[in-house]
Design a protein around this ligand. Structure first.
Ligand SMILES: *[C@@H]1O[C@H](CO)[C@@H](O)[C@H](O)[C@H]1NC(C)=O
Length: 806
């Protein structure tokens, strides 16, 4: 501290205390911050005062109204520190800094000035008012931009005062100090290198101020810089090209991919929008403007377009942009059915085509690709038609085996084509193929042989029955005509018996048949179709003629002659059961129609006679008495068993008498009823003569016959010759199943007056063998030769009537 400073202070002091006499002055220099009680100096000695005087003079320190930092020790006469002295508090920046006080004494009153200069001690570091300064600096700030910083304050003075600043780090800023007029310095930091928010959004700097003391003290302040974003970065797509795929026919709104772009700027500068510029391709897509999600906005068809290349523009709010591509591949979906196109087809083919004949040509296409477009075609099974492929897309439908219109006249060929997609799609088409007929089937009769019945006496033209043949072919080839094959029946062309209706196969009788003449016949009918050449088949037909009861029984015996009278004689001595006679009748019908029964219709005395129902034998049923009339007249009805039955009536005259004259006399009356009364006498005479003659002849004949038969039986016995047969006229039974299955032996009793008998009998001496040939109608042949009988093993039924005498 310089003396001039002290002198100025003293002067000031004097001016204040001008009334008090100043005797002496002393000054000391002490550092600030000395401890309490520390010695400042021996003021008594320095002022040249005696310690006693101090006591006696009640020396005291006078500071006026300022604080008392110093105390006086009167015993030792020294000044001591009473209170801590802070130079900075006392003097601030004033230099030099001194404490002035007086030591006042009484008796005598005098005072001494004491000046204590306080020297600075470096006890204050430089300090900043704020511990932190905040700046917001845009990253686009240019270099050279200055930012004023707070100054630091060091309350110390001199070398202990503020000396210099440092700033760390110095990446972006440098520190610049500018001296001010008052000797202080302004501090600035200058941007030396541009900030980059994207690298460091917050920059922290430490500003350090140091003083020049020893030891050096320092103070710091933090400078926090928030770097404000500038749109200095364009958005960047994460990939230059995106690849995505989407199945065709996906619904609108299907997410395809997400385009992402990043903009490292902040806020709106980093907010990216995605845009697809309008174009034809873009119409099918939509991108969400802020998320970049690409979705489907239309319908994609793989068959039209297989991929899309989209330009996506990414833009931030500041207008910076980037572009990228999205390649959308369309994946095929199995959305197309195979299409079947008929290139050519036959509507109809002949049934005799060879296997392998092409029926239809098809072209099959599927717009899909890969397996979705790979097509397999099948036909229905169980039809003789197959499918062949020539190439992938061309198919032919061919016959696989022989066709038969009769089995199947048309085929519905369903071609089903399916692709190999999952799920598979298929389509089908049905072709109708008609099989045209070839005459390959002959008509076939329902039966190979027919048997039909017709009742005799039919009307000519009656239809007997119908033959039917079927032909499996079609139309003209199946039109059957019936033709009667030429043949003959009993030497007569069959066409005179029957005719066949060509169209209907109805067989008509041409004539009326007579069972008694012909019982059956055969012929053949041909069925022929209308094909070219025609095919035919044959059936044999047997017509059986059925009997009708068209013949009444014929009475063979007794012979009914106009007015002649034949009577059977019954002796009065006849026993019960005496065989009077036998009514013999035949019926040329057969079966029931020829089954004859005999009944007594009328009788003179019903109690005397009976007729055997089956055999026609007339027997007595009681003893004949003398009372019985000679003349008995019986009416016998012969009835067949047909429906309706036919009958014949025969009158049998019986004479109950022992002698012929008796009879005669009786029968005179008997015949008187007759219309021949006039000639009765003549007839009687004539009859008598004839009877006599016949009787003789009869006797001769009988004897001859007896002799002959005796000889004959011997011959027959030796040669097994059958008995002599006699066949009634118009009788034949070719079947051997006729009405008279047995050999009938009739004994014919000839009366003496059977004048008009037409009973045929063999003449004596001749071999009366009469055979009716089965084929001939009533023709009798007299066969002389016995051996010819033996040659006829199948000789039909024989009826023999043997003439016998009464
Ligand atoms: C073929 O189809 C037609 C029409 O659907 C039908 O009338 C006919 O009966 C079918 N034919 C065969 C053989 O199935």
């Amino acid at each position: 501290m310089s003396t001039t400073t002290i002198g100025w202070q003293v002067l000031l002091f004097f001016s204040l205390l001008s009334l008090i006499s100043v005797i002496g002055q002393v000054s000391y220099t002490i550092p600030e911050e000395m401890t309490k009680g520390a010695l400042i100096g021996n003021v008594a000695e320095d002022l040249g005062l005696d310690v006693k005087r101090l006591k006696s003079g009640k020396a005291r320190i006078y500071t006026g109204d300022s604080a008392e930092y110093i105390e006086l020790n009167k015993e030792k006469g020294v000044l001591l520190i009473k209170d801590r002295i802070d130079r900075e508090a006392l003097c601030r920046q004033t230099v030099p800094c001194a404490i002035n006080f007086q030591i006042i004494m009484e008796n005598p009153m005098e005072f001494y000035s004491v000046v204590i200069e306080i020297t600075d001690v470096n006890d204050n570091p430089p300090t900043f008012e704020r511990s932190e300064m905040k700046y917001e600096i845009t990253e686009s700030a240019l270099t050279g931009t200055k930012f004023v910083l707070d100054r630091a304050i060091d309350r110390d003075v001199g070398v202990n005062g503020l000396s210099s600043y440092t700033l760390k780090p110095i990446d972006n800023f440098v520190l610049k100090t500018i001296s001010r007029g008052d000797g202080s310095k302004n501090v600035e930091m200058v941007l030396q290198k541009q900030l980059d928010r994207e690298k460091h959004e917050h920059v922290s700097l430490i500003l350090t101020a140091v003083d020049g003391g020893e030891p050096q003290l320092s103070g710091t302040m933090q400078i926090v810089i928030t770097v404000l974003d500038a749109n200095d970065n364009a958005p960047v797509c994460s990939k230059p090209e995106y690849k995505a795929s989407v199945t065709e026919n996906s619904p609108v709104g299907t997410v395809i991919t997400t385009v992402s772009a990043t903009d490292i700027d902040k806020g709106n500068n980093g907010k990216v929008s995605y845009i697809i510029p309008k174009s034809e391709e873009a119409g099918n897509f939509e991108i969400e403007v802020y998320t970049g999600v690409l979705t489907l906005a239309g319908n994609l068809d793989y068959e039209k377009r297989k991929f899309y290349e989209l330009d996506v523009q990414v833009v931030d709010q500041g207008g910076l942009s980037d572009a990228c591509k999205v390649i959308v591949e369309v994946i095929d979906a199995n959305d197309n059915k195979p299409s079947i196109n008929i290139m050519s087809k036959s509507l109809s083919i002949s049934e005799n085509v060879k296997p392998g004949t092409v029926v239809t040509m098809l072209n099959i296409q599927d717009l899909d690709s890969g397996g979705n477009g790979k097509v397999q075609c099948v036909l229905d099974e169980n039809i003789p038609i197959a499918m062949k492929s020539t190439t992938n897309t061309f198919f032919t439908v061919v016959t696989e085996s022989d066709l038969d219109r009769e089995r199947a006249s048309e085929y519905n060929i369903t071609v089903t084509c399916s692709d190999e997609g999952v799920p598979s799609l298929s389509s089908s088409v049905t072709l109708t193929l008609q099989i045209s007929d070839v005459n390959d089937n002959a008509p076939v009769f329902e039966r190979s042989s027919y048997e039909a019945y017709i009742v005799e006496n039919n009307t000519p033209g009656l239809s007997i029955f119908t033959v039917k043949a079927r032909d499996a072919d079609w139309n003209q080839n199946a039109r059957v005509s019936y033709i009667l094959e030429d043949s003959s029946v009993n030497g007569v062309p069959v066409s005179s018996y029957v005719s066949v209706s060509a169209d209907s196969g109805v067989i008509h009788a041409v004539r009326s048949f007579d069972y008694e003449q012909i019982k059956d016949f055969h012929f053949r009918v041909k069925a022929q179709d209308g094909g070219s050449p025609p095919l035919s088949s044959i059936a044999s037909v047997k017509i059986l003629i059925q009997d009708q009861n068209d013949n009444a029984p014929q009475v063979l015996y007794p012979v009914q002659t106009g007015g002649s009278l034949v009577a059977e004689m019954v002796p009065r001595s006849a026993e019960v059961g005496y065989l009077v006679t036998k009514v013999v009748a035949v019926d040329v019908d057969s079966g029931q129609n020829a089954w004859l029964s005999y009944k007594l219709q009328k009788a003179t005395d019903r109690a005397l006679f009976e007729v055997g129902l089956q055999n026609g034998e007339i027997r007595t049923i009681r003893q004949v008495t003398d009372k019985d009339a000679v003349k008995q007249r019986l009416t016998v009805v012969v009835e067949d068993n047909g429906q309706p039955s036919r009958s014949a009536t025969v009158i049998v005259n019986v004479a109950v008498a022992d002698s012929f004259p008796e009879v005669l006399s009786e029968f005179t009356d008997f015949t008187q009823d007759k219309e021949y009364n006039d000639n009765l006498t003549f007839y009687l005479v004539l009859a008598l003569a004839v009877v006599s003659f016949l009787f003789i002849t009869c006797l001769v004949v009988i004897i001859s016959v007896k002799i002959y038969r005796w000889r004959q039986s011997r011959i027959l016995y030796q040669s097994n010759l059958p008995v002599i047969p006699y066949y009634p006229p118009r009788y034949s039974d070719t079947l051997g199943t006729g009405t008279l299955p047995h050999v009938y032996n009739y004994e014919v009793c000839r009366t003496t007056d059977s004048r008009k008998s037409d009973c045929k009998f063999g003449r004596a001496g001749s071999q009366n063998v009469l055979i009716m040939e089965p084929s001939s109608t009533g023709t009798m042949q007299r066969i002389q030769n016995e051996n010819s009988i033996l040659d006829e093993p199948d000789s039909p039924l024989e009826v023999r009537i043997i003439s016998l005498s009464c």
